[in-house]
Design a protein around this ligand. Structure first.
Ligand code: ZN
Length: 334
């Protein structure tokens, strides 16, 4: 029997079909040396009131990205059932073991949640969580928001993102939701390697899907949290789950048409940024220099933009390794 037909071992401690605010856990049995019949307890809040659309809101898909967990904790605490129409399912830390370890991937099985979908009911802890979302939570949702940032190794201009999809009606609904989220930048992405992504699973189920990249460096800022907070409230208004109209400011629309957006390091060394995030660059313009770490008297290596655009992403730590993503340059649409 394919694993997708197996029942998930995950047991929710909250109801999905009762009105009210329910705080609880997704309990995932995890037998180990320090707890023979132990469990991974993934916090979840389900808020339901009447008949209406359902939003599934997640943070911590990668465990070292923090805007999502912060604003989803706040939302779970502050929303009353009577303030919504429909349903909101909130999971602040999708890869909960990674979130607790402050790492991108799970310390239990090295699972990168966003490369583990659609998951397996009889797989690793990470695959079991992915499978539960694929089989149980995503099918309940009309609109899905997954918060990301750059984590410890990347930093981003604050953006909401959707993918180029074959179904143009679905793509238009995703773009409308992204523009309602109203981050300072809005990105239409052509995904280079979409296999295993939560995004792909959600989109294949025909849902409206928005993700974000709101900063990075393994922390959050007051600014990035404010963008996340406004964005999730706007999206819930756009979906008709919260009353009122989204609060909209200007957003700069961007796209990443091909591989030339990415610059990867072919050297190990000490990185000297020459352009900051949000800066405009011309094709061939220097983005950074990489200095040797083991000697003096040697010229640095120059890294240049492969196309004109806006510096969207940069390597965050001061030292860089061979193969690391050094920069991403994306292209304003208008
Ligand atoms: Zn991420």
């Amino acid at each position: 029997m394919p694993s997708s037909l197996l029942d998930s071992p995950i047991v929710p401690t909250v109801p999905f079909d009762e009105d009210g605010v329910h705080h609880g856990f997704l309990r995932l049995p995890y037998s180990r040396d320090d707890s023979a019949w132990g469990s991974v307890m993934i916090p979840i809040t389900v808020i339901r009131h009447g008949i209406g659309p359902c939003a599934l809101l997640t943070g911590g898909n990668h465990g070292d990205e923090y805007e999502g967990p912060v604003v989803l904790q706040e939302l779970a605490l502050s929303l009353s059932a009577s303030s919504i129409t429909g349903c909101i399912i909130i999971v602040p830390a999708l890869n909960y073991p990674a979130f607790r370890a402050a790492t991108r991937t799970s310390p239990l099985d090295q699972g990168n949640m966003n490369r583990s979908f659609p998951g397996r009911a009889n797989g690793t802890v990470t695959e079991k969580i992915a499978d539960f979302f694929t089989q149980v939570l995503v099918p309940k949702a009309d609109v899905v928001l997954d918060f990301h940032a750059g984590g410890k190794t990347l930093d981003f201009i604050p953006l909401a993102a959707v993918h180029v999809l074959e179904d143009k009606t679905q793509q238009a609904a995703c773009v409308a939701a992204m523009l309602a989220f109203n981050a300072p930048y809005s990105m239409l992405m052509l995904e280079i390697d979409s296999v295993g992504m939560y995004d792909t699973t959600v989109e294949e189920q025909g849902k409206v899907f928005v993700s974000t990249e709101l900063g990075g460096g393994g922390t959050a800022t007051a600014r990035s949290i404010n963008i996340a907070r406004k964005g999730v409230n706007n999206l819930l208004k756009h979906a008709g789950i919260l009353d009122g109209a989204p609060e909209l400011q200007d957003t700069i629309e961007l796209e990443m048409p091909d591989d030339d957006c990415f610059v990867f390091s072919e050297h190990e060394g000490l990185i000297e940024p020459l352009v900051d995030l949000g800066g405009e660059v011309e094709q061939g313009e220097m983005l950074a220099r990489v200095w040797p770490v083991d000697r003096t008297g040697v010229e640095p290596v120059n890294y240049r933009a492969l196309r004109s655009g806006i510096l969207t992403t940069r390597h965050y730590p001061g030292l860089i390794k061979v193969g690391d993503c050094l920069a991403v340059v994306s292209v304003p649409v208008n």
